[in-house]
Design a protein around this ligand. Structure first.
Ligand code: 6PG
Length: 249
């Protein structure tokens, strides 16, 4: 256990994905038993691919009461939902469609509205779904996050105003390096999660993971500012974790 949460290391990204699927199943059962539903925010990028495939696979799909699972996203790119770059599109292709998730359980970021309007619409949907009073923050049962090589998470990139946003639940942000606007949950929402679970795999993440986990929290590495009042878990494969102090075999 570190001040940055609990780190679990895995021999491979396949083992990491299988464990993340188990975590999803376990936490969905607990949340549904406790309050009748499981509100989850999915991570974007490529790392969650294997997780989605595991959840849609024969071993896990029958273990979850999918009609009680509500899918949200931590962030979205300003691309159409059927684009190969859409975070919703990837989850839809690998998980939502194969399982047959009802549309009323899918709360995607409607990026086709344009970044500012999509952020407003998503914030409104969060307030409605979680029945929030004006200054309340939604509490997701589980938030999956990835880690970018520059230390970003969701679409909270180093140097962006979005990293410092503390009033809004959702904001749009221009990512100069990608020459693209994005929509993202803000840190207050990420830090309200019952459980935040980072999925980090590959040699390319080794240096940034070491900095995030072994340096003081800093806006230079927005992922290091994710300090939820719930549980913080890091699922790391050997390639990403081999520079960590306690070493990862
Ligand atoms: C996105 C993600 C982003 C991602 C990291 C890691 O929309 O790209 O939300 O934060 O999780 O960049 O991406 P990979 O899993 O592809 O390495």
């Amino acid at each position: 256990m570190t001040t940055r949460g609990f780190i679990r290391t895995f021999a491979s990204v396949e083992a990491l994905a299988a464990a993340a699927a188990e975590e999803f199943v376990r936490r969905s059962s607990r949340a549904i038993a406790q309050h009748g539903r499981f509100a989850i925010a999915l991570a974007g990028g490529n790392t969650p691919r294997l997780l989605f495939a595991h959840l849609a696979g024969p071993r896990h799909r029958r273990q979850v009461r999918w009609d009680r699972v509500h899918f949200f996203w931590g962030d979205e790119r300003t691309v159409p939902p059927d684009s190969a770059d859409s975070n919703f599109g990837l989850a839809n292709q690998l998980l939502l469609s194969p399982i047959g998730i009802r549309k009323e359980n899918i709360h995607r970021i409607r990026s086709e509205l344009g970044s500012d309007e999509a952020a407003d619409a998503y914030e409104h949907e969060l307030r409605l779904f979680f029945n929030l009073a004006h200054d309340e923050i939604p509490r997701f049962d589980l938030i999956f996050l990835g880690l970018g090589e520059d230390g970003h998470t969701a679409s909270l990139f180093p140097g962006a105003d979005a990293v410092g946003e503390r009033r809004r639940l959702v904001t749009s942000t221009w990512v100069a390096r990608l020459e693209m606007a994005r929509i993202t949950l803000t840190l207050p929402v990420l830090n309200r999660g019952v459980c935040v679970l980072f999925l980090v795999a590959g040699e390319g993440k080794a240096e940034v993971l070491r900095r995030v986990l072994e340096s003081p929290p800093s806006a230079e590495y927005p992922a290091s500012l994710v300090q939820p009042d719930g549980e913080l878990l890091w699922f790391v494969d050997g390639a990403a974790g081999h520079l960590l102090r306690d070493g990862v075999r």
